[in-house]
Design a protein around this ligand. Structure first.
Ligand code: PMP
Length: 404
């Protein structure tokens, strides 16, 4: 049974008030709140284990290393990787994407080679490729979307050429909530012998994601969006690709032997992990993954599907409110505007009612341009949200609407 009241008690912050009103936290696509056991894992590790990993012969260093490497195993199992060598710890999705653009770009792309992105990408899956374009002269191609916010798969097929080297698309749009058919995208990419990167920042927290099932070559996600800490993230990469890619940064941990004449690199995944890793964060991330696994990703997905459907209906009934993103497969995000009300005014006034939503371009300015707006209001849901909170949001929007 999905006992929402018991679940909410696991998240201390949910019982606080803002402006003397109960907090209604609907900004989960930006970051999620943390269950008590994640925070305690961080505190306990600093209180009783802390030591630098991999290098020490002493007891604490070995214990910290064990926690860190067990966390890697745990992440590998969570996303269905074949081996923990395919799990690289990073600072988050953004760093994972920069790592691939930079290292794959360096090792596997030449001037004139092409990458295919989509209109609904987050800036962190656009800008690193543009930086590569400016460095190396690669070409960026973009999959268009329809008005409902779904990828145009026929147009996608037409974008392939003999110079296509990579497809990099988001699994779920952080604005539209569209769940892209990544399995189908993967088979199309592979039919052209092109690898595919899936940005899982907005999928991994919401439903089961299995890289073996999808068949993708790379997957990225952030700890802080899946109820874990900030500052830790994951890059899953197929071993055969990671082996071919040069290191991303140089330093300690990633080397096998160094002389001033030459350096040889560590094996996977350490080749991509220069410097002291966030070993406290990795352990806390594993605790977060254990937490969501205990609830059951399928149960979380079912709960959030219900919330999304309810929000679409409830907000959709408000006069003058336009929802962006009406995809058949849609997940946990509702972005909207109301005629005549600036998104920033809406967000600010909802905040005074204790409702946390996000306003602005949501790091997806090309998508804003596609819809001809400068910004939107976005409510995004997590495993602890309720239909009552959506009622509060809908009532809040109605109240704001009447002020204008
Ligand atoms: N991709 C998507 C789809 C996202 O929603 C986000 C975060 N909003 C990111 C990438 C970047 O994640 P982070 O800021 O954690 O690196």
């Amino acid at each position: 049974m999905y006992d929402i009241e018991a679940i909410r008690k696991d998240f201390p912050i949910l019982s606080r008030t803002v402006y003397d009103r109960p907090l209604v936290y609907l900004d989960n696509a930006a970051t999620t709140q943390k269950p008590r056991e994640v925070v305690e894992a961080i505190v306990n590790e600093y209180y009783s284990v802390n030591a630098n990993v991999h290098r020490g012969v002493h007891f604490l260093s070995q214990q910290a290393t064990e926690l860190h490497e067990q966390a890697r195993e745990r992440v590998a199992r969570f996303v269905g990787a074949r081996s923990s060598r395919e799990i690289v710890f990073t600072r988050g999705t953004t760093e994972s994407l920069n790592l691939v653009a930079s290292s794959f770009g360096e090792g596997c792309m030449k001037a004139g080679d092409e990458v295919i992105l989509s209109t609904m990408e987050h800036h962190s899956n656009i800008v690193p490729w543009q930086m590569l374009r400016d460095r190396k002269g690669i070409v960026i191609k973009v999959i268009p979307i329809n008005e409902a916010g779904e990828l145009d798969l026929e147009a996608f097929e037409r974008l392939f050429s003999p110079r296509t080297r990579m497809v990099a698309v988001t699994h779920v749009s952080n604005v539209l909530g569209t769940v892209n058919p990544v399995k189908e995208l993967t088979s199309i990419a592979h039919a052209h012998e092109v690898p595919i990167l899936v940005d899982g920042a907005q999928s991994v927290p919401h439903f089961p994601v299995d890289v073996s099932d999808i068949g993708c070559d790379f997957l990225t996600f952030s700890g802080h969006k899946v109820y874990g800490p900030t500052g830790i993230g994951v890059l899953y990469g197929r071993e055969d690709w990671l082996d071919r890619m040069p290191p991303y940064q140089g330093g300690g941990e990633m080397i096998s032997h160094v002389t001033f004449a030459q350096t040889t690199y560590e094996q996977l995944p350490y080749k991509f992990e220069a410097g002291t890793p966030d070993y406290v964060g990795s352990n806390a991330l594993a605790v977060a993954l254990d937490y969501v696994s205990r609830l059951g990703m399928e149960h979380i997905a079912a709960h959030e599907r219900e919330l999304t459907a309810y929000a679409m209906e409830r907000l959709g009934a408000i006069p003058g409110l336009h929802i962006y993103g009406q995809a058949r497969e849609k997940d946990a995000v509702v972005a909207f505007n109301i005629e005549g009300i600036h998104h920033l005014d809406m967000g600010t006034l909802l905040d005074r009612l204790g409702i946390a939503v996000r306003t602005g371009h949501h790091c997806a300015q090309p998508l804003m341009e596609r819809y001809g707006v400068e910004g939107m209001v976005r409510a995004s849901f997590g495993l602890y949200n309720t239909c009552q909170e959506i009622d509060t949001l809908a009532e809040g929007i109605e109240r704001v609407r009447k002020m204008f």
